[in-house]
Design a protein around this ligand. Structure first.
Ligand code: SF4
Length: 266
């Protein structure tokens, strides 16, 4: 039983987050952003035009103002390499948002009041979900990468069971629908049937750029909207794939269980 001495030697590996800090949560480059010291309002530089042309998912637009859509971004890093004065990695796994518009860096999106209203409405809806929450994960046409991150949530490092979060195979026992993938035609009916079979209150999380925008093949027959055309999405977590910490952030955001002093990824 070699795992016994190994376990004694390594000690506890399970993260403390969200009850305590975690360097990996804070330091992991889970998003790309427009630099705050970029010359906003100035004419877009040739380097930005070059970065936009190189972006494989058309996540960058320069007109009428510079915007970066995290819902489309697959984190390839080309924009950071080509226009480092304008784009940078944004450390931190707190990337989930309650509205699609909030994922677009540089867009004048919802006001703080509007976002607070969305958050309050969701909190009212989920208030009956207490300490034990069950998730039904549906692969609606993923490339498989999202699934590795979803399954990692139950490993000893993330161990979501310690937070009363469990996965279930039955939608009738599920509170949260966690959907990955682009929303293929073949998965349209199963996705909707799954949501219909879930008891209320229920929450839908779109996990990963594929589910949010179709990712690399957005604009094809799936359109640019991922699964949001098939079901109403409550929480959007970008990434390609979204990291386990970002998924956990999305789940706790949906449940209103983030620490009071938590700050999102810039
Ligand atoms: S990191 Fe994202 S925004 Fe930048 S080029 Fe790649 S996909 Fe586009």
């Amino acid at each position: 039983m070699p795992w016994v001495p190994r376990g004694l030697r390594d000690g506890i590996l399970t993260t403390c987050w969200p009850c305590g800090g975690d360097d990996y949560f804070d330091g992991f480059d889970a998003a790309v952003t427009v630099r705050t010291d970029a010359p906003h309002g100035a004419p877009v530089a040739p380097a930005v035009t070059d970065a936009a042309a190189a972006c494989p998912t058309a996540a960058i637009s320069g007109q009428p103002r510079l915007q970066l859509d995290r819902g489309r971004c697959i984190l390839c890093g080309r924009c950071v390499a080509r226009a480092p004065d304008w784009f940078s990695w944004a450390p931190g796994c707190g990337t989930a948002e309650l509205t699609r518009a909030t994922l677009i860096v540089g867009q004048v999106g919802e006001t703080d009041e509007a976002l607070a209203a969305v958050r309050a409405a969701l909190a009212r809806r989920v208030r009956r979900l207490r300490r034990s929450v069950h998730i039904r994960h549906v692969d609606a046409g993923s490339d498989g990468s999202d699934e590795w991150e979803v399954y990692a949530l139950t490993n000893p490092v993330y161990d979501v069971h310690r937070l009363g979060i469990f996965f279930t195979a039955s939608p009738r026992h599920a509170d949260i629908l966690l959907a990955t993938g682009i929303g293929t035609a073949g998965m349209t009916a199963p996705l909707r049937r799954t949501l219909d079979a879930m008891p209320s209150p229920k929450v839908v999380i779109a996990a990963g750029a594929d589910a949010i925008s179709g990712g690399l093949i957005g604009g094809g027959y799936t359109g640019d909207v991922g699964i949001s055309e098939l079901v109403d999405v409550d929480v959007w977590v970008p990434g390609a794939p979204a990291s386990p910490f970002s998924l956990l952030h999305a789940i706790l955001l949906a449940l209103g269980r983030l620490p009071q002093d938590f700050k999102d990824t810039p």
